[in-house]
Design a protein around this ligand. Structure first.
Ligand SMILES: [Ca+2]
Ligand SMILES: [Ca+2]
Ligand SMILES: [Ca+2]
Length: 194
């Protein structure tokens, strides 16, 4: 990843200098950015550009971000999250039958104390949704799916807004548009601040 960022560095410099040289009429879209982003740009526009372009290349290795690319990334992240969460649950499955029985909870209870015991109890209360005392593989999978839904929401908050940088409205966001968009906002602020 680092190599890739280094490899695109000359392109970024070119994009930045091109953007600086031209007037920027496309402000409307960028003004819809989330307040937190506007604040980050106000604090340090150069760092914002650098971090966001790095994100862009992490999401879209060819440097062209689209809704479709975002959706695919989201699906990949969701699959990884589900697998992580499910395998975390299996840490309590002492006999490896993909289920944590009442007996296993008792045995674990005898081994744990303090925060470990607290975690085990929260785990059991959260996952044993049919209240039969066991945590089945279906219950573990349901928990992994719920957790993934919450993560997906966070993914959308983190990256969804990037499509607002599509200044020429062609459905694609490039590094140059991020630079231009950020500068529109920065110029705006300078004009508005007395
Ligand atoms: Ca078991
Ligand atoms: Ca159960
Ligand atoms: Ca575009």
């Amino acid at each position: 990843m680092i190599l890739r960022v280094l490899a695109i560095f000359p392109m970024l410099l070119a994009a930045i200098s091109t953007a600086r040289a031209e007037p920027m009429p496309q402000g409307e879209v960028v003004r819809k950015l989330p307040p937190r982003t506007v604040q980050m740009i106000a604090q340090n526009p150069d760092r914002y550009i650098e971090n966001t372009i790095r994100q862009l290349y992490q999401l879209a290795p060819d440097g062209v971000l689209t809704e479709e690319v975002l959706e695919k990334r989201k699906r990949l992240e969701a699959a990884q999250n589900r697998s992580r969460r499910f395998s975390q649950s299996l840490r309590y499955d002492l006999n490896g039958d993909l289920k944590i029985s009442n007996e296993e909870f008792e045995e674990l209870g005898g081994l744990f104390s303090g925060s470990e015991l607290g975690q085990l109890e929260i785990f059991r209360r959260t996952l044993d949704t049919n209240r039969d005392g066991d945590v089945s593989s279906d219950e573990m999978m349901a928990d992994a799916r719920d957790d993934t839904d919450r993560q997906a929401e966070r993914f959308h908050q983190r990256y969804g807004y990037l499509m607002l940088f599509d200044l020429n409205d062609d459905g694609k966001v490039t590094a140059e548009e991020i630079v231009r968009g950020t500068e529109v906002l920065d110029d705006d602020r300078e004009t508005l601040t007395p």
